[in-house]
Ligand binder design. Sequence first.
Ligand SMILES: [Zn+2]
Length: 155
Amino acid sequence: MQNELLAWFAREGLLLTSVITASDDPEHDEIKIIVKAPVLALSRADSDFRECPDPVLFGYPESSLEMMVLEDMHQFVFSWFERAVAAGMARCFVCNKLLVPNDEKPWDAVFVSEQFYCWLLLHFDCKRYLARDLKGRNPFEVQTQPPEFFDLSVE
Ligand SMILES: [Zn+2]
């Protein structure tokens, strides 16, 4: 993840930090600070978490991050998710059903700020069960893959 995007998340107060004293040897006390930016979940599976795509790599102008507010980021992430759904890669975080465009059961992208910061997709009907499915997740144990590249340009 580019520093500019990390700085943007820091500005929005969306970085989690964890301090680890990672040493058994008291003479070499090492303190590590781990920073965790918000992630995206294509499903609840461990292999389906993605780093947040960087708007600049998806065609936004270099200066756009300075101008972006959280609402813009939500929209950007949502357009990425729409492409993921169209590509048949996204599942409801709660019931794990494959999401399709114009599904009979409407779905939505939400930004979770409990436990950790994460955008995910789920059916409207499944929203009430979300808290249960987030319980006990440790953001620092979530392994993320780089996000898929989708063409987000408007046709
Ligand atoms: Zn569902």
